[in-house]
Design a protein around this ligand. Structure first.
Ligand code: FAD
Length: 625
């Protein structure tokens, strides 16, 4: 086996897979190191990809050439589009996947990826010389050289699992913890802290009584994640989920046993996931709620395992059995595995550049849960960026940085590196200030040129995206030239409760009226009848929201102005006496690369940013002379 690579990726979870594939596909010989080949692409928690704010990340990974969207589509047992009654800015997709098939899919992709080598073992020491990565040493004594290493160790760094009072070392159930790697990172100067997450028990579906439970089926119209998905699973391969809920008696049992929950007994001090709380957290935080929803999600096609989404817990086994069996439908449920909480170490992502490379050690990149995020999608998006940037650094090319106004991934990374996070970070649409422009439905338009630039998406996909948007632009123009006469359109307008027309009006202006859709104007332009739904939806959106989009574009221009003012490496923030001590300390710690990043550091005041801008102008003027 070769001993020398361009890039080494530690870990084969959601970040690791995307990072290794991106790097190898960019022509950099890549080594993936993971404890075992069988856990490549494993979903540690629920068998689902996407969700509000997360679906956007999956599509971004996909159009940059990543695998998550394709894997989710190929192994889906349910497709849903969320928030469809709301505006396009907050709509997201979610796929329920077959856990075993998802993993098998990823393992096959990794196995057949040219330029990617797999090695089963435990990474223990990142080799560094003169401030640069030089390779990696494994527990079995083997060592590999590489100028770039990406750490995607997930929940494994110092992982400790809690089940009631029992504490076991491990990265997740059945897997060891990465203890040596954690010590190695500390010895390299990284400060580690603990975050916590948890998972519910797994139930035997054959012992669940579904007869009185509400069912949730796949959408009728299936929209895949990936621009490259050609075959959608047939309807007979789709499965429903079921809906049930906790009861007062469930809550009583949990309350009576709070003292046995590792989060409330003082056993776990780490910060947990605010937006994916355990059932114990829910009862503490929403004490007045009489019931909490529980979604019973099938784990796959050939398994009886059911994932009860909503009751993540660290309570002891007997308490889990007692409270779960008070939930309608679960009265006789048998447990295949108990829920547990996990504490694990993360780095401070403020230590990273926007490329996800360490500020202190060149060639060392971090991606995924290890940066303080939670979720498969957040991990995959970072993995993609770290993989591309590791490859670019090996090729000695400029880093790839997505801005906040062009991608959810840009917001995710910018939030992590400029604001840091005190709790596991999960993506939401509300975090994205330019979400009218950065939506799930226009991901291909926003990002395909990057996929093309890095050679990560095929010409066929690029051409299809170009054709689609040429058609959108053509139709948008065309609707200005075609009008509807009052006699024809007034019945439609009256039906919608709108003021009828006195004279003819271009279809473009009609579409701006509230409630008027492309479907209603299609009879006035024969060409529209043959236009694909996604193209029509896009035309409608651009016309209806034109005013808002223009407003947001102006804001983006202002934002880019600050973003374009670069702060030179090594700039001496301490020398700016007119800045407060706190502002100087923060700038010294975060080392922002642009004035925009400095502006987003929490606690930086507009006055401090103005002072910094004046100093930068002075600095650049002096450099010119
Ligand atoms: C119990 C539990 C509950 C969770 N609950 C939720 C939840 O409710 N909501 C949510 O969004 N997310 C949850 N997650 C988190 C979710 O699983 C992660 O966000 C996601 O898997 C992160 O992906 P990743 O690629 O960063 O890391 P992981 O998927 O954890 O992958 C890490 C990989 O690194 C490998 N590895 C680590 N150290 C070494 C080493 N030294 N040598 C070799 N290989 C190594 C591991 O084998 C693994 O393949 C939960 C995770 C666990 C374990």
């Amino acid at each position: 086996m070769k001993r020398s690579f361009g890039c080494i990726v530690i870990g084969a979870g959601h970040a690791g897979v995307e990072a290794a594939l991106a790097s190898a596909r960019m022509g950099v010989p890549t080594l993936m190191v993971n404890y075992s080949i069988t856990t490549i692409g494993h979903m540690s928690c629920n068998p689902a990809i996407g969700g509000v704010g997360k679906g956007q990340l999956v599509r971004e990974v996909d159009i940059l050439g990543g695998e998550m969207g394709r894997a989710a589509d190929a192994t889906a047992v349910q497709f849903r589009q969320l928030n469809m009654s709301k505006g396009p800015a907050v709509r997201s997709s979610r796929v329920q996947s077959d856990r075993m098939r998802y993993r098998a899919y990823m393992q096959e992709v990794v196995r057949y990826q040219p330029g990617l080598t797999f090695y089963a073992g435990e990474a223990v020491e990142i080799l560094v010389g003169q401030g640069r990565v030089t390779g990696l040493r494994l527990k079995d004594g083997s060592a590999f050289d590489a100028p770039a290493v990406i750490v995607t160790a997930g929940t494994f760094l110092d992982g400790r699992m809690h089940l009631g009072p029992k504490i076991t070392s491990g990265g997740r159930i059945g897997d060891p913890a990465a203890l040596d790697l954690a010590r190695n990172l500390e010895s390299l100067g990284f400060v580690l802290r603990s975050f916590k997450t948890g998972t519910p028990p797994r139930l035997d579906g054959r012992t669940i009584d579904y007869s009185h439970l509400q069912t949730q089926h796949s959408d009728d119209v299936i929209v895949p994640f990936s621009a490259r998905t050609r075959d959608i699973p047939s309807r007979d391969r789709l499965l429903p989920c079921w809906f049930t809920h906790t009861q007062e008696i469930t809550h009583q049992i949990i309350r009576d046993n709070f003292h046995l929950s590792p989060m409330y007994s003082g056993q776990i001090a780490a910060t947990g996931v605010r937006y994916c709380p355990s059932i114990e957290d829910k009862l503490k935080k929403f004490a007045d709620k009489a019931s909490h929803p529980v979604f019973l999600e099938p784990d796959g096609l050939d398994t009886p395992v059911v994932y009860p989404n909503g009751i993540s817990t660290g309570l002891p086994e007997t308490v889990q059995e007692a409270f779960v069996r008070t939930i309608p439908g679960l009265e006789r449920a048998e447990f295949l595995c108990y829920g547990y909480s996990i504490e694990h170490a993360v780095i401070y992502a403020e230590e990273l550049k926007p490329s996800l490379e360490s500020k202190s050690i060149s060639g060392l990149f971090f991606a995924g849960q290890v940066n303080g995020t939670t979720g498969y999608e957040e991990a995959a998006a970072q993995g993609m960026i770290a993989g591309i940037n590791a490859a670019l650094s090996v090729r000695q090319e400029a880093p790839f940085i997505l801005r906040r106004d062009e991608a959810y991934t840009g917001v995710l990374i910018d939030d992590l590196i400029t604001r840091g996070t005190d709790e596991p970070y999960r993506m939401f649409t509300s975090r994205v200030e330019y979400r009218l422009m950065v939506r799930e439905d226009n991901t291909d338009e926003r990002l395909v040129h990057y996929g093309r630039k890095f050679g990560l998406v095929s010409d066929e996909v690029c051409r299809a995206v170009d054709d689609k948007y040429a058609r959108v632009r053509y139709l948008t123009r065309r609707l200005r030239d075609i009008s509807a006469a009052p006699l024809e359109i007034n019945p439609v307008l009256e039906g919608l409760g709108l003021i009828p027309l006195g004279q003819k009006m271009p279809l473009y202006d009609l579409l701006k009226r509230p409630g008027v859709t492309c479907a209603q104007i299609t009879p006035f332009d024969g060409e529209l009848a043959s236009v694909p739904k996604d193209v029509l939806a896009r035309v409608e959106y651009d016309i209806k929201y034109e005013g808002f989009i223009l407003q947001q574009q102006k804001e983006v221009e202002k934002f880019r102005h600050l973003e374009n003012i670069r702060i030179p490496a090594g700039f001496d923030f301490g020398a700016i006496g007119s800045l407060s001590y706190e502002a100087r300390e923060k700038l010294r710690r975060f080392k922002p690369e642009t004035l925009g990043q400095a502006n987003r550091i929490s606690g930086m005041t507009p006055a401090a940013v103005s002072i910094l801008m004046i100093y930068l102008r002075k600095y650049f003027a002096e450099q010119k002379h």
